[in-house]
Design a protein around this ligand. Sequence first.
Ligand SMILES: C[S@@+](CC[C@H](N)C(=O)[O-])C[C@H]1O[C@@H](n2cnc3c(N)ncnc32)[C@H](O)[C@@H]1O
Ligand SMILES: *[C@@H]1O[C@H](CO)[C@@H](O)[C@H](O)[C@H]1NC(C)=O
Ligand SMILES: *[C@@H]1O[C@H](CO)[C@@H](O)[C@H](O)[C@H]1NC(C)=O
Length: 302
Amino acid sequence: MKHNMITEPATTATTATRKVAKPAVYFLILLLSYYLGYLSALIKNPSYDHPTTTKVNPPPQAVDVDHYQFQTQCAEPIPPELVRQTILTRIFNGSSPYNGFPQPHIEPFLRQKRIKGWGSTGLVFKNLIQKVKPKTIIEIGTFLGASAIHMAELTSQLGLQTQILCLDDFRGWPGLPGQFRDIKMINGDTMLLYQFMQNVVHVNATESIIFLPFSTGSTLERLCEWGVLADLIEVDAGHDFHSAWSDINRAYKLLRPGGVIFGHDYFTVADNRGVRRAVNMFARVNGLRVKADGQHWVLDSF
Ligand SMILES: C[S@@+](CC[C@H](N)C(=O)[O-])C[C@H]1O[C@@H](n2cnc3c(N)ncnc32)[C@H](O)[C@@H]1O
Ligand SMILES: *[C@@H]1O[C@H](CO)[C@@H](O)[C@H](O)[C@H]1NC(C)=O
Ligand SMILES: *[C@@H]1O[C@H](CO)[C@@H](O)[C@H](O)[C@H]1NC(C)=O
């Protein structure tokens, strides 16, 4: 196809010019394909220098090691009192994202309060908050804020000054608009983040709940670099093995001494998607014991 298109003009030309044009065209094609090959190699491997570079076999153990290796050492922990301001500065250019919320063009799409979660008010939350008395909580997977709001209520009942960091890209999952028709979509953009914010505003928890609206992987790595650690970490984002495995591994590095990490879907129908296998593998590799509390798994560092 490509060949025909390029040689076509030559076939309509005179015999004399064809004699000259044909070799020239072939030479051009040769040159072009050589250049394209070089370009694509460059894109795949920026350090690519010459097409005759010898093939390198990966060391046999590299894949195994990477599977267990997440981030190196986190930065020195910052004091819990500085956590909120650090997030505002680093993520929201220094001011609260709740300021001026909801904007007039967003308001018509929101319900006053629309909270739905899964096992979000289980006893495990009360048990762990009473035990740990956390100053900082990290929640990985927030959705409409059901569990975060429940934790905010528990900590305020106990008179704790707890900051709750909600990590969620607030995209939900493919197919969400069909399942949650009252979470509106505008030009393909789900209003999940705004409905979550509205829920937080509705229960007057904007001072205790702040959100980090990005992918869990990149956010957990940043928190580690910023020294933002937590006493209590809840894992409830992606439920396939690889999502759960990487979330748990990254989150565990953010746990303060004496802290607890726990998560949803150890004892529900969603188990087989991988959460239980990820939790069990993590416990085995790190010499920890898994405890169950209702539908949740709990890992103590001891
Ligand atoms: C089961 S819901 C969380 C429910 C919430 N903990 C509750 O009990 O109310 C899972 C959430 O994880 C989020 N999520 C899944 N994978 C994610 C990822 N890789 N990065 C950021 N958020 C993610 C989805 O947007 C969704 O809101
Ligand atoms: C961030 O804040 C500074 C001053 O507080 C302001 O000048 C700047 O425009 C802000 N940047 C954005 C992206 O809003
Ligand atoms: C909302 O919370 C603030 C503190 O965060 C408190 O001062 C205020 O009284 C609360 N308002 C209501 C209506 O509960």
